[in-house]
Design a protein around this ligand. Structure first.
Ligand code: HEC
Length: 149
């Protein structure tokens, strides 16, 4: 049961990623986003963690884990593991604008001969949803640090 659940999750994730892969082509998108400068101004409008929680458990926890430690069922299979929002202080010292950019555009890089990717969410989540989910990630970060080790 556990196993078939993991497979279902992996399959839906693969579908999700291939969708984002297709739309990643440089065709002119039907609904262009606001220019980046405007997006950064949005930082003043803080995301809502409560709304972000739903989004996180729909799209992110497979990789990033229930508590944001990079240990979701898909995350543990990735090498290197996805970002740990609780213990990776260096990463989390990035500004919200930087993290928002990563969520929007995704990350692709080569690490020791292996390539790792964080999907891009621009086509899947609205701008508000991306700020909301970031607010929830900041909440996980605070809760994780406060929790007894
Ligand atoms: C397929 C697995 C996967 C999924 C699903 C995923 N991530 Fe990630 N994420 C990663 C990996 C891998 C990294 C680490 C990239 C690196 O080391 O630079 C990462 C890094 C991040 C970072 C840190 C970015 C930075 O600038 O350092 C944030 C924030 C983040 N993810 C948010 C999210 C959010 C929000 C979602 C859901 C909407 C999500 N992730 C879903 C794999 C995933």
């Amino acid at each position: 049961m556990q196993k078939s659940l993991a497979i279902t999750i992996a399959a839906s994730l693969a579908a999700l990623l291939s969708v984002s892969g297709c739309t990643g082509e440089k065709k002119s998108p039907p609904q262009p986003e606001k220019p980046p400068a405007a997006a950064l101004d949005m930082q003043a409008v803080a995301g809502e963690a409560a709304a972000g929680k739903d989004i996180y458990f729909r799209y992110c926890h497979f990789c990033h884990g229930q508590k944001g430690m990079g240990d979701g069922p898909v995350g543990i299979a990735l090498s290197p593991h996805p970002a740990d929002f609780v213990n990776d202080a260096k990463r989390m010292s990035k500004t919200d604008a930087e993290l928002f950019k990563s969520i929007t555009e995704g990350i692709h890089k080569e690490v020791g001969g292996e390539s790792m990717s964080m999907p891009r969410w621009q086509e899947i989540l609205s701008e508000k949803e991306r700020w909301d989910v970031l607010a929830f990630i900041r909440q996980l970060e605070r809760e994780g640090k406060a929790a007894p080790k």
